[in-house]
Structure formats: structure tokens, C-alpha cells
Design a protein around this ligand. Sequence first.
Ligand SMILES: NC(=O)c1ccc[n+]([C@@H]2O[C@H](COP(=O)([O-])OP(=O)(O)OC[C@H]3O[C@@H](n4cnc5c(N)ncnc54)[C@H](O)[C@@H]3O)[C@@H](O)[C@H]2O)c1
Length: 330
Amino acid sequence: MRKVRTLGLLGTGVIGGGWAARALHCGIDVIAADVDPKMEIWIRDTVENAMPQLQALTAGLPMPAPGRLTFTLDSAEMAAKADFIQENVPESLELKLRVLEPISKVADPDVVISSSTSGFMPSELHVGLSHPERIIVGHPFNPVYLCPLVEVVGNEQTSPDVKEAAAEFYRSIGMHVLILKREVSGHLSDRLQESMWREILHMVNDDIATTGEIDESIVYGPGLRWAIMGMSQLYMLSAGEGGVEYFFKQFGPSVDWPWSHNTAPAVTREIIDRFANGTADQAASKSVREQEKIRDECLVAIQRVLAKYNMGAGKTLNDFETRRRAISAG
Ligand SMILES: NC(=O)c1ccc[n+]([C@@H]2O[C@H](COP(=O)([O-])OP(=O)(O)OC[C@H]3O[C@@H](n4cnc5c(N)ncnc54)[C@H](O)[C@@H]3O)[C@@H](O)[C@H]2O)c1
């Protein structure tokens, strides 16, 4: 696959704009195509707004001169000039197939075509396209210029070179690449988010809580931890030195309790072993205490950052400080 000097974007909305800013900041030229001429002003504004954040994020790093942004209403022109194409049109399979088909005919076979789709699988996107072996999913997170995760998804038709070339490109623009073992509807992260989202819809529908209360239940608790460690590692840590066995002994039965509208699989020995092995790998030989120390130091640091913006748990910290100052002033 070819070296990426010019990134082609198909669709320049929230996600397309984010890709543009990230790539331009990393010295990649961008040719952005949209059907709506108003999007030229929009994408230029998006990039301008993102630049100070990107500069702050990478302060002290030797960054190249920014790339050059061009806009076109002609997606075939974009496909002919791009070394890598990222598709970001709205989440409709019919629309994606309709826009990808001509692009796949114009772009050379050594040009990767990656879709930002939140949940369609490569096998759904390949239908009727030229050289499907270079068409993959590269699923980012909003805002793309600050969230580093990109899920790379292929299938049996995908050439391994393509996945590796895409991963290399994404790494070159500062991203964390997660290559999925196999395609699955919703990929990994959106399946997890969707699970929670469906539960939230039940809670709102059953008038159990307001959306604000539900968001508080995330922001002040588990959400704080999720920037540091994933759910599997955190859950096993919550069992302390008792570890995986104690965790499943204590909380194993809860999967059959009415805590969720999602049905869970039977907790088999195999599942427990997978948690044991997976979280042991994640711990990378660190003891429970060592992991707790990292987790806690990060929790303190994140709250101090949030306090600067008076957001979430940072506001709680600020309110506590005001209270403590009032008390100590008598
Ligand atoms: N918004 C998110 O948080 C998010 C996160 C990850 C992935 N995604 C995925 O990224 C994709 C884009 O989402 P978005 O939120 O940026 O949508 P958006 O509606 O903000 O932008 C879509 C853009 O595509 C353009 N477009 C429509 N038809 C077109 C065509 N035929 N040719 C060229 N351009 C066309 C629109 O004019 C618009 O500018 C979707 O697949 C979505 O699921 C979104």
C-alpha cells in the first residue's frame, strides 16, 4: 500500500472535520469532498478551532509544518488524488454503498478505503465494490482530533497488508489502533456503549431516573475510572487480593439478578479463565497494590484537571475546597 501524503475525506461533517484537523496537524495534506458546498466553511472553521487544542496536546513535540486543506464537491477528484480515503457520510448502509461504489472504481487498488461507520461490518460495505480487499472499517471517536482510539476492522477478504498499512497511517497521526480479531456488528466499543444506552432508555422510559441523574451515576463514579483502566481490569481489582476467583464467587450470581435488561451468557469456567488470563496480561506482572496505586494517582490527577474547568468531580472538589476554607476561616 502506498505512503500517505494526502488524505481524502468523503463527507466533512463532525467526523470528517475531526479527521481533517488531526491529519493536517501531523503534516498530511487533506482533500475533503462533500455534496454540500456550505461544508467548506464548516470544515475550515472546525480545523481552525481544533488547532489550539492539538497544539496544546502536542506541546513540546517536534511536529511538522501543517498540511494543506483543499475542498471539492467532486468526490471522483478526491478519489483520484488521495493516498488513503476515509469515508464519513451519515450512518446509512444504502448511502455508504452508493458513495463508495464510484470511489472504489476511481481509487487505485493500492489506496486503502476506510469507513468511519459506527457499526456496519466490512462484509456489509463490500457489496458491489471494486477491490474489496482494501476496504476496511476505521472507527474513530468524537472528537477525532483528541480521542486517539480507532478500531480497525477487516474480514476474510481483507488483505493483512491493508490492515497493517491502515494501522501504520493511523499511528502516524497519533492514534491508538485496536485491530479487531473479526468483524462484528457495532465493533467493540459501540457494542459496549449500546448496551449501556439501551439500559438508559429503559430507565428513562420507566421513569426510574432523569437523564441528569443517570449521567451523574456515570460521571461521579465509574466514568472517572474508565479513562484509566477498562471494566475487566477494574472489576477484578474490586475483589482486592481475593482476585478473579473471589470476584466471581461474590458477584458471579448477579448476572442472573434483575440488574439489567440485557441477558448475560452463563458464567462458565471458560469465561472465568478468560477473565483471569486477560486481566493478568493487562496487569503486566504488577501486584494488586501496584495497580491500585496507579489507578489512584490517576484518579487524583484527573480530578485536579477537571477542577480547572469546574466540571464533574472537579466541581465537587472545588465545592469541598470552598467549604473547607470557610470552616478554617472560622
Ligand atoms: N458523530 C459521532 O460521534 C461519530 C463517531 C464515530 C463514528 N461516526 C460515524 O461517522 C460517520 C459520519 O458521521 P458524522 O457524525 O460526521 O455525520 P454528519 O452528518 O455530521 O456528516 C456527514 C457529512 O456527509 C455529507 N454527505 C452526505 N451525503 C454525501 C455524499 N453523497 N457524498 C459526500 N458527502 C455526503 C454531509 O453533507 C455531511 O457533511 C457515520 O457513519 C457515523 O456513524 C460518528
